[in-house]
Ligand binder design. Structure first.
Ligand SMILES: C[S@@+](CC[C@H](N)C(=O)[O-])C[C@H]1O[C@@H](n2cnc3c(N)ncnc32)[C@H](O)[C@@H]1O
Length: 443
């Protein structure tokens, strides 16, 4: 794909097709593949936005598209042809800016290039029939739960699980919100600069910026790419979702403290904690994977933070390296099912299973048990995840407190969000990621 593609948007659709095939076949992450494709081919901004829209849109609406396509398909069709039909139907139904004839023509061309004449005639036939007859109505699905699953393209087990925990209405809002694009948010490095000065710098770079009403150091960027700004290069901001800024507040750190961040890569929260500690004290940041630990170091360096010591280690065995009851604060930002970030990674809707949440529950409890041993009396332990699964979050917190009666839920998570003990943020609450934060104090 060239920087200045002259052959229309055919290459964009080819690229979307390849990404979607890799996501489905190899369970590759859509966001990483999209990023790599854009960087590798130096795709221009206009094509970049179309590629992102087609790839994410097709993934977001996969089950709805299949529901619409089913009456038009006969017999077994190859995976790539199915993806091509999904991509094309997505554009016909959801992208009014692409003319219908262009969508059909591109699809037929791709089918010819990748397959043979028979396949291209079939693709042509299906798309033209859909154009003539329209698609069937979702009203044909009598059961409201099943309808919600198909309409918003979420597996039925997931919708049922959420309804049990949050009720039908909140689940419905969450499922629709999961198909919307998130607003870009950045965190101001308050150790190095002020919020006002960053707002000014970002605006000088042509970005539109709004301040959050919940987290003072959080800014919403409603256009452009904050990662390409001078403020980013100078280490004055970090790209981070607003929900992910809650744990550092819940930790209630002070300069000079000794803090352990057990699952720290790529360092989004470790660096936030360091900024709040004014770069005074000590932060040990662990992660299981060496290549990810490198990212913690790089981020700390870019932000001018020197108190972070990043190490490769299994948090569940941290007691082998550190003394019992030696940390003032511990963060367990645990590996989780990630179902709060479906807006950013729509593919996880289809790859996660009910069993995943169960096995993650065990890992999270093991990490928390180790953290308990390392926490000083009077210290605070924060447990957070970017999921909305009750098997993790709520169940993990109750099991942990049952096992350790001297760990008490704090009276107020933070002056910014005064809930007692824990908060479950749903994506529709503030427009931020679905997220869970619990804070416990050791008696
Ligand atoms: C939710 S991510 C952490 C995000 C990070 N706190 C941040 O804000 O940038 C969870 C991390 O836990 C790490 N991890 C998984 N199991 C672990 C373990 N047993 N010990 C330490 N880290 C682990 C993963 O490699 C992953 O980077």
């Amino acid at each position: 794909m060239s920087k200045n593609s002259t052959r229309g948007n055919g290459n964009v659709r080819e690229a979307a097709l390849s990404i979607l095939m890799a996501v489905e076949k190899n369970q590759a992450y859509s966001n990483l593949l999209l990023h790599n494709t854009i960087e590798k081919h130096g795709i221009n901004p206009k094509d970049r936005s179309l590629l992102t829209e087609i790839t994410y849109g097709t993934l977001q609406h996969k089950m709805t598209l299949d529901y619409y396509l089913k009456p038009f398909l006969r017999g077994k069709i190859e995976d790539w042809v199915k993806q091509l039909l999904r991509i094309s139907l997505y554009q016909l139904l959801y992208l009014s800016r692409v003319p219908a004839h262009a969508v059909v023509n591109e699809a037929v061309e791709i089918a010819k290039r990748r397959g043979h004449k028979g396949i291209s005639s079939m693709v042509n036939g299906v798309l033209r029939s859909i154009q003539r007859q329209g698609v069937r109505s979702l009203d044909d699905i009598a059961d409201p739960i099943e309808r919600l699953a198909i309409e918003t393209s979420h597996p039925l087990w997931m919708i049922k699980d959420w309804i049990k925990e949050y009720g039908f209405e909140k689940t419905r809002e969450m499922a629709f919100e999961n198909n919307r694009a998130p607003v870009q948010t950045v965190r101001v490095n308050t150790f190095k600069t002020t919020i006002e000065s960053v707002v000014e710098k970002l605006e000088e770079d042509g970005l539109k910026v709004e301040r959050s009403e919940t987290v003072p150091e959080c800014l919403y960027v409603t256009n452009g790419q904050a990662v390409r700004t001078t403020a980013f290069k100078e280490g004055l901001i970090t790209i981070q979702d607003e929900s992910s800024m809650f744990p550092a507040h819940a930790l209630k750190v002070e300069p000079g403290m000794r803090v352990l961040d057990m699952c720290a890569a790529p360092g989004g929260k470790s660096t936030h904690i360091a900024e709040k500690m004014e770069n005074k004290g000590e932060i040990i940041s662990l992660d299981l994977h060496e290549h990810k630990v490198k990212l913690i170091r790089e981020n700390a360096e870019r932000l001018g933070l020197s108190i972070i010591q990043a190490e490769t280690a299994d948090g569940r065995k941290a007691g082998e390296q550190f003394k019992t009851e030696s940390f003032d604060r511990i963060l367990v930002d645990a590996p989780c099912s990630g179902l709060g970030v479906i807006r950013r990674k729509p593919d996880i809707k289809y790859t996660k299973t009910e069993q995943d949440a169960k096995s993650l529950q065990k890992i999270q409890l093991d990490l928390l048990d180790e953290a308990y041993t390392l926490l000083k009396p009077g210290g605070i332990l924060v447990y957070s995840t970017c999921t909305v699964e009750p098997t993790e979050n709520r169940e993990v917190s109750s099991q942990f407190m049952e096992k350790h009666p001297d760990m008490q839920a704090v009276d107020e998570l933070s002056p910014l969000f005064p809930q007692k003990g824990m908060i479950q943020v749903l994506p529709q609450d503030f427009g931020s990621d679905g997220f869970f934060v619990a804070a416990f104090e050791k008696q």
